[in-house]
Design a protein around this ligand. Structure first.
Ligand code: GRF
Length: 213
C-alpha cells in the first residue's frame, strides 16, 4: 500500500490539486484523507472529484482550540497518515497539535522564509521593494512559519507587478515544491532532526533542489 498522507485545507485548494494530480507513482504517496475546517471549501470538491475521502471539522463548532484540535486529530488519525500536509490551512495550530505530528507535519508558505511570515506576503514583498520573492516548504514547529526549511524556490519581482500577478507567479512554483517535498519524505530521503531538515542525510537548505516536478 502506498505511503498514506493527509492534507489539511481551508480554501480553494490549488496546492491540494497539485498533490492530487501527482498522487501515486509520481508522488510516491497516496492521499488518504483531505480535512477542511471550512465547510464548502472548493478544496473539498477537488478531493471528492478525485475519489479521495474528505472530512470537515469546523472550528466554529468547538468550545475552544483544544477541543477543535482533538476533533481534527481524530479525523486525521482515522486514516493513519504518515505525513500531514498543510496546504492553505488557515488556522494557527497549538504546540500540542504540532507535537502530536512532530517530524511529520509540513506547510507550504508563499514567501522566502524567514522573510514575510504570516499573511499578505505578496503585497508586503512589493512594499518592501525586494527583487526576488518565492515560496517555502518547511516542517511545522510551534512558532508560526518558523520550522526547519525543506525547499525554497525564488521568482523575480517585476516592475509592473501587482500582488495578484506576483502571487500567480509564486503559486505556479508552490505547485512544484510541495509535491517534491512530499515525494522525498515518502521515499525516506527527507527527515526533520534536532538540527533541522535533512535530505539524504545532509542539511536540506544546502542540497535541496527541485528534481522531479
Ligand atoms: C497558498 O499560497 C499557500 O502557500 C498558502 O495559502 C495559499 C493556499 O492556496 N499557505 P491554495 O488553497 O492551495 O490554492
Amino acid at each position: 500500500m502506498a505511503f498514506p498522507i493527509a492534507v489539511l485545507v481551508s480554501g480553494r485548494g490549488t496546492n491540494l490539486q497539485s498533490l492530487l494530480d501527482h498522487a501515486g507513482d509520481r508522488l510516491r504517496a497516496r492521499i488518504a484523507v483531505v480535512v477542511s475546517n471550512t465547510p464548502g471549501a472548493p478544496a473539498l470538491a477537488r478531493a471528492a472529484a478525485a475519489g479521495v475521502p474528505t472530512a470537515v471539522v469546523d472550528h466554529r463548532g468547538y468550545r475552544d482550540r483544544v477541543a477543535f484540535e482533538d476533533a481534527l486529530i481524530a479525523a486525521l488519525d482515522a486514516h493513519r497518515p504518515r505525513l500531514v500536509v498543510l496546504a492553505g490551512f488557515m488556522r494557527v495550530l497549538t504546540p500540542r497539535f504540532v507535537g502530536h505530528y512532530e517530524g511529520r507535519l509540513i506547510n507550504i508558505h508563499p514567501s522566502l522564509l524567514p522573510c514575510f511570515p504570516g499573511l499578505d506576503t505578496h503585497a508586503r514583498a512589493l512594499a518592501a521593494g525586494v527583487e526576488r520573492h518565492g515560496a517555502t516548504v518547511h516542517f511545522v514547529t510551534a512558532g508560526v512559519d518558523e520550522g526547519p526549511i525543506v525547499l525554497q524556490v525564488t521568482v523575480p519581482v517585476l516592475a509592473a507587478d501587482t500582488p495578484e500577478a506576483l502571487a500567480a507567479r509564486v503559486l505556479e512554483q508552490e505547485h512544484r515544491i510541495l509535491p517534491q517535498a512530499v515525494r522525498w519524505f515518502a521515499e525516506g530521503r527527507l527527515r526533520c532532526e534536532a538540527g533541522g531538515a535533512r535530505l539524504d542525510g545532509r542539511p536540506a537548505h544546502e542540497v535541496a533542489r527541485l528534481e522531479d516536478f
